[in-house]
Ligand binder design. Structure first.
Ligand code: H79
Length: 414
């Protein structure tokens, strides 16, 4: 028997199709925490920026005051969508409500939201939903279903509220579910609901899943609803598996060392590292959800924009070897200087470390492929590359220098 929240495989595959193609998404952590930006009462608070309320044990009444100073007049939904698209990202997930409980959308269920509690008075999620629709990019919402440091019945805040007096089930039924209904109907179509950290019990997680399914059957539910109920598996924050993983999965990751904006975190990863990380993840069958943390003025920090532009340039030339590919069909040693992705009849060898001796050894190719031709993806007219077999391994003759030192893609055609 198929119960109400289980889908038949066909339905599930249909729903996941765009997500499997997409490979690369933009995560946006934006909320009140962008105002202190990692500093509280003159002290730099360690750790991730969106956790400042927790780390500094800021009382609800004091934290609420931040809303009066939150006026992101430079926010421009179209601009953000353009940045994502230019980076080659195919979907956007933005925080509708993070652990601090502040709602970045218009909601009937609390006045603690960006429209009612700030001088800004606009609904950025509405504006983003419209911009995404226009530009043909998928939009999903991060929603903290378990931790809520502002709501007396949400979990996590024991400095304002007595944990023994919390009624989490009431919070879930009378607050979380109604708010999800608002998100799923007023901002439809919602591509993904990105739950975080798990739901306390399997029963409540199922109730939540059933609710989302009923309201919006095509919305993908993140693995962090917990209890194995997600539509795909979410890896740990910044966690990349060292081998191929079967099934759908995603790695959420930071561009520096925080999700929410911190004024003094300049530890940006280079474009090259982002590209190689994307390739590594896709070669293992996953999606890469890369975060930006906009400022309290409403801008994606300039270094992010610059890095993403470089990544986008690479993807524009090499996207064929990423979008719509599957994980590597051949086994690649973790320390090999290349990664593989595949499409029917084609193996894309991403060379991340160029061989110094003019010979690229690709391990374990035999039996999985009869290779007829080898060529550079971005320069197919240069002529074929010579290759020979050594046992199971394929040895490709390559020039002294790579076309691209970050990742030169060689196509092996069968
Ligand atoms: O939204 C981002 C994080 O805020 C969220 N998941 C990503 C996508 C997240 N929720 N929980 N966690 C991450 C685990 C957080 C652990 C820590 Fe801490 C927060 C380590 C340092 C700050 C709590 C406070 C444990 C130590 C201090």
């Amino acid at each position: 028997m198929v119960d109400s929240i289980e889908e038949i495989k066909e339905q599930h595959d249909k729903k996941m199709a765009w997500w499997r193609e997409a490979k690369f998404g933009m995560f946006i952590h934006w909320g009140l925490y962008a105002v202190p930006a990692g500093v509280w009462k003159g002290r730099c608070i360690p750790g991730i920026g969106e956790w400042i309320m927790y780390r500094a044990r800021i009382p609800v009444k004091e934290y609420e005051e931040l809303a009066k100073r939150f006026n992101p007049v430079k926010f421009n939904a179209k601009e953000w969508v353009r940045i994502a698209k230019e980076a080659g990202m195919r979907y956007i997930i933005i925080t509708a409500k993070h652990h601090d409980g502040f709602c970045m959308f218009d909601t009937k269920y609390t006045d603690y939201n960006i429209v009612k509690a700030t001088p800004f008075g606009r609904d950025p999620l509405k504006e983003l939903a419209e911009a995404c629709k226009e530009e043909g990019i998928k939009l999903g919402f991060y929603y903290s279903q378990t931790l809520d440091w502002h709501h007396p019945d949400g979990l996590g805040n024991d400095w304002d509220y007595d944990p023994a007096k919390k009624d989490f089930t009431r919070y879930l039924r009378e607050y979380v579910k109604p708010q999800l209904k608002e998100l799923l109907t007023n901002y439809a179509p919602v591509a993904v609901i990105w739950f975080d950290i798990g739901t306390p019990t399997p029963e409540l997680a199922r109730e939540l899943k059933e609710w989302v399914r009923k309201l919006s059957p095509d919305t993908i539910i993140s693995g962090r609803i917990g209890h194995g109920l997600g539509d795909y598996r979410e890896m740990g924050d910044n966690q990349i598996p060292d081998h191929k993983i079967e099934g759908d999965w995603e790695t959420p990751a930071t561009l520096n060392d925080t999700w929410g904006y911190k004024s003094y975190d300049h530890n940006w990863k280079s474009p090259g590292r982002i590209i190689q990380t994307l390739v590594d993840i896709v070669s293992k069958g996953g999606n890469y959800l890369l975060n930006v943390g906009p400022t309290a003025e409403g801008e994606i920090p300039e270094p992010c924009v610059r890095i993403l532009k470089d990544v986008g340039r690479w993807l524009k030339a090499n996207g064929e070897s990423i979008y719509g590919t599957t994980a590597s069909p051949i086994e690649t040693p973790p320390d090999a200087p290349y990664r593989c992705t595949a499409k029917p009849g084609k193996l894309y060898v991403h060379v991340l470390g160029w061989p110094w001796d003019g010979e690229l050894r690709i391990f374990n190719v035999k039996n999985s492929m009869k290779i007829k031709r080898a060529y550079f993806l971005t320069d197919p007219n240069r002529g074929g590359l010579k290759f020979r077999w050594e046992g199971e391994d394929l040895i490709v003759d390559v020039p002294e220098k790579p076309l691209d030192p970050i990742d030169t893609v060689i196509v092996l055609e069968s």
